[in-house]
Write a protein that binds this ligand. Structure first.
Ligand SMILES: [Zn+2]
Length: 298
C-alpha cells in the first residue's frame, strides 16, 4: 500500500524525529484495525515535529484511502458497550450544560448516535460519521445523522451553537482544516467540546509504545500544549481543561489489555465466561484531555 509523508499541520514543518517505528503487519488495508474496540496496537510510524512538538503518524495512508476504510468500518463489539458508553456521555452532557443551556448541536463522529440518544428537548441534535453502518443505526433510531466528514458536511455557516468532537480529532487527516471548518459552522460565541487521548500524560509516558491509545487509526497524538496551540490558531479560546470521567465495562477493559500477552488473554477468557456484564468501573481518565473552547473569530 502506498504511504504518504505528512508535514506538521500546526507549523507546516517537515522536520521531525521518529518516536516509534512502523509496526503494521497486514498486507491488506487492515480494516479490522480501524474499529474502536480493536485491542491490537500496531501503528504506522509515529514522529514528533521538531518545531512545535506535535506528535503524528507519518508516512501513512493518504486521506482518500482512510476515508474509504472508515466508510466500511463495522464494529459490533462497540455496540455491546452501549450501556457504559451512554453513562460516560451523560457526564459530558452535564459539563456541556455548564456552558450552554441548549441549542442546535452537531455531534461529529456520532457513531451509533449514543450522544444524540441522551439529548433532551432543549437540544436540537444532528450527527455525522464517516461509517455507513453506524449512521444507518443512528438513523433507524430517528436521528438526523449523515455519512460525512466534517469538511464535507451539508450545513450552512454560523448554524450551530455547539459542536461535540469526542475522540475524533486524533483520527482526522488535517486537524487544522477540521477545526477551521468547525469554527465556520459555529455561530459567534459557539462552543466546541473536544476529547482526545493525552500523549503528554504520565500514563502515556509510562506505557510508551504499549499505551492503549497507540492505535493504527490514530493520525495525531495531542498534548494539552499542542491542542491549545492548534485551537488558538483556528479561532478558538479554551475555556476549561478537564480530565474526562469515564465508565467502562469490565469485559471491555480486559479485552483492551489482550495485547499485553498470554496472561491477559486468559483473564479475558475467564471474564467472558463469568456473569460480569453488569460490572463497570467509573474513573477520571488521566490519560485523556477534555476541553471546552469558544469561537472567538472566524
Ligand atoms: Zn509543528
Amino acid at each position: 500500500m502506498e504511504l504518504v509523508d505528512v508535514r506538521c499541520p500546526i507549523c507546516g514543518s517537515g522536520r521531525c524525529k521518529v518516536l516509534y517505528p512502523d509496526s503494521v503487519k497486514e498486507n491488506n488495508d487492515g480494516i479490522l484495525r480501524f474499529r474502536q474496540s480493536d485491542p491490537n496496537n500496531t501503528t504506522r510510524r509515529i514522529v514528533k515535529c521538531e518545531v512545535c512538538g506535535l506528535v503524528y503518524t507519518s508516512p501513512r495512508e493518504d486521506e482518500e484511502t482512510l476515508e474509504r476504510i472508515y466508510l466500511r468500518v463495522e464494529d459490533n463489539d462497540y455496540l455491546k458497550e452501549q450501556y457504559w458508553k451512554i453513562k460516560t456521555l451523560k457526564f459530558n452532557k452535564k459539563i456541556l450544560e455548564c456552558y450552554k443551556d441548549g441549542g442546535r448541536l452537531l455531534d461529529v463522529g456520532c457513531g451509533h448516535g449514543f450522544f444524540l440518544d441522551i439529548l433532551d428537548g432543549k437540544w436540537d441534535g444532528f450527527g455525522i460519521d464517516p461509517a455507513i453502518s453506524a449512521v444507518n443505526i443512528a438513523r433507524q433510531k430517528g436521528h438526523r445523522a449523515f455519512v460525512s466528514t466534517l469538511e464535507n458536511a451539508p450545513f450552512k455557516s454560523d448554524y450551530f451553537d455547539c459542536i461535540t468532537v469526542f475522540h475524533v480529532l486524533e483520527h482526522v487527516s488535517d486537524p487544522k482544516r477540521f477545526l477551521k471548518k468547525a469554527n465556520q459552522l459555529l455561530k459567534d460565541d459557539g462552543l466546541i467540546y473536544l476529547e482526545v487521548p493525552d500523549f503528554g500524560s504520565a500514563i502515556a509516558r509510562l506505557f510508551k509504545r504499549h499505551w492503549w491509545y497507540i492505535m493504527r487509526f490514530h493520525t495525531y497524538y495531542f498534548t494539552r500544549r499542542t491542542l491549545d496551540k492548534i485551537l488558538r490558531k483556528t479561532g478558538f479560546e479554551p475555556l476549561t481543561w478537564l480530565k474526562p470521567t469515564k465508565t467502562w465495562g469490565i469485559k471491555y477493559i480486559t479485552w483492551k489489555l489482550i495485547h499485553f500477552g498470554e496472561p491477559f488473554k486468559i483473564i479475558y477468557e475467564i471474564v467472558e465466561l463469568l456473569p460480569l456484564s453488569k460490572i463497570s468501573i467509573t474513573i477520571k481518565a488521566y490519560d485523556q484531555i477534555g476541553v471546552v473552547a469558544r469561537k472567538v473569530r472566524s
